[in-house]
Write a protein that binds this ligand. Structure first.
Ligand code: NDP
Length: 454
């Protein structure tokens, strides 16, 4: 009789947990997965997927306006119905939850609905039952964190913002990260009077400075009200709305306040403290390159270990973890360099590799910057003043393109391809030798011949 009920017990059926469970099971391991909320985790339920659907919805605003210059007349002024978008989104997510369930079933992974608690290096308790597993994988992700401001209980977090009862005519988001800029753009596009409040001098800290400035200007042009170098002092209800007092003395009255102030590892009640599992200084779980914690039979991956909080990173970690623990060959550590990312603010940001500022620090012989800032062809007839930024950061010593950045339509779609070139360590000469596709915006990336600055 087997010593353990399962070879692998996964806690958390989000992107990383499900991928690890399915791929481990495919090697012949006996796998169970516990989930107490929804299948697919943050990405499917309250993250990437619904956010992208809402971002599409918001883009129609511009599309309606842009169409006039191309000869279109709309029969009446377009009207937006929040309940239709929200409820269609709910149905789509139910469909995806079903797909996740069927994927697990098809992979012979036992799904247990309930909250699991680790009770020992090889034991887990769930729904009153104790289960023995050779290895336990913690893939419980993160949870929105809201700072302790007066009236914080009146703010919604990024889990709740998707399902608001009614449409906020006046919307305010606190924060300057991915979620803040994306939701400011979404609600602005859907028709809200949208405000973004950020404590620093410019949002998207860590991104290329020029990208941040360009995004600020474009978002402002689209009508988002940006309040920098201030934060929320107090939120007070006034009827169905809220009065928000800022530390700079300004007061705003809005219908919804979203706190997009970061996320924390979701570890409550997991039992890790009893086992003395080592944590990183920021509270995430410390793991080695095989995703093993300080207790070797307990593994962890995804947002809970504090790497880049991105679905494709959790998926890559899952594949790597399974290769390490259930594969024939031992892979090297996962390469976290040059991971491309997109921010779905309007216009979108796509970025891979080093920012200009990082390159200036790291490239000892200096850098060359090539940039193009132009009005896309579509807007010659649409009348829109939206502009597009493309930028290559080149290490002068090696001619290698170490960073590529874009702010403009479908930047994420475009940067994904460029990311292959950056990861493959291709040079500016390789970019220049590539024949462009005309007429596209993308061709700018292979036709930027004049040096913008050193
Ligand atoms: P981020 O960590 O990106 O941003 C948090 C923001 O909140 C920062 O601007 C931070 O300011 C600010 N902040 C933190 N504490 C306070 C405070 N006490 N008072 C006021 N402001 C505060 O978190 P998000 O919540 O936006 O997103 C979480 C993560 O999810 C992202 O980092 C990203 O990895 C992932 N994500 C990815 C998306 C994508 O791929 N498109 C989309 C959405 C999320 P400061 O900069 O000054 O520290």
């Amino acid at each position: 009789m087997a010593q353990y009920d399962y070879d692998l017990f996964v806690i958390g059926a989000g992107s990383g947990g499900v991928r690890a469970a399915r791929t481990a099971a495919a090697t012949g391991a006996r796998v169970a997965i516990a989930e107490d909320r929804y299948l697919g985790g943050t990405c499917v339920n309250v993250g990437c997927v619904p956010k992208k659907l809402y971002s599409y919805a918001a883009h129609f605003h511009d599309a309606f306006e842009d169409s006039a210059g191309f000869g279109w007349t709309l029969p009446e002024a377009p009207r937006f119905d929040w309940a239709t978008l929200r409820d269609n989104k709910i149905e789509e997510i139910k469909r995806l939850n079903g797909i996740y369930g069927r994927l697990l079933e098809g992979a012979d992974v036992m799904l247990l609905n309930g909250r699991a608690r680790i009770t020992g290096p090889h034991s887990v308790e769930i729904n009153g039952e104790t289960i023995a597993a050779e290895k336990i994988l913690v893939a419980t992700g993160g949870w929105p964190w809201v700072p302790d401001i007066e009236g914080a209980e009146h703010a919604v977090d990024s889990n709740r913002v998707f399902d608001l009862e009614s449409f906020p005519e006046r919307f305010l988001v606190l924060g300057g990260g991915y979620i803040a800029v994306e939701f400011a753009s979404i609600f602005n596009g859907l028709g809200s009077d949208a405000h973004l409040v950020y404590r620093g001098e410019l949002f998207l800290r860590g991104f290329d400075r020029e990208v941040r400035e360009f995004t600020r200007d474009e978002m402002q042009k689209k009508g988002v009200n940006l309040h920098f170098e201030t934060t929320i002092e107090r939120i007070e209800p006034v009827g169905d709305a809220y009065r928000v007092s800022l530390t700079n003395g300004e007061t705003l009255e809005v219908d919804v306040v979203l706190a997009a102030t970061g996320r924390r590892p979701n570890l409550t009640g997991l039992g890790l403290d009893a086992l003395d599992i080592e944590l990183n200084p920021n509270g995430t779980i410390k793991v080695d390159e095989c995703y093993q914690t300080s207790e070797p039979s307990i593994l962890a991956l995804g947002d809970v270990i504090g790497g880049p909080e991105l679905t494709p990173v959790a998926l890559a970690e899952a594949m790597h973890l399974v290769q390490h623990h259930y594969g024939d060959a031992t892979p090297g550590p996962l390469d976290y360099q040059d991971i491309a990312t997109a921010v779905f603010c309007h216009p979108n940001i796509g970025t891979v590799g080093l920012s200009e500022e990082e390159a200036r620090e790291q490239c000892e012989a200096g850098v060359r910057i090539y940039r193009a800032d132009f009005r896309p062809m579509k807007h010659t007839l649409s009348g829109s003043q939206e502009r597009c930024l493309m930028k290559l950061v080149v290490d002068d010593a090696t001619d290698r393109v170490v960073g590529a950045h874009m702010v403009g339509d479908d930047a994420g779609e475009l940067i994904q391809g460029i990311a292959i070139a950056v990861r493959a360590r291709l040079t500016k000469t390789d970019f220049d030798a590539t024949v462009g596709i005309h007429p596209t915006s993308a061709e700018e990336f292979v036709t930027m011949r004049s040096l913008s600055r050193r």
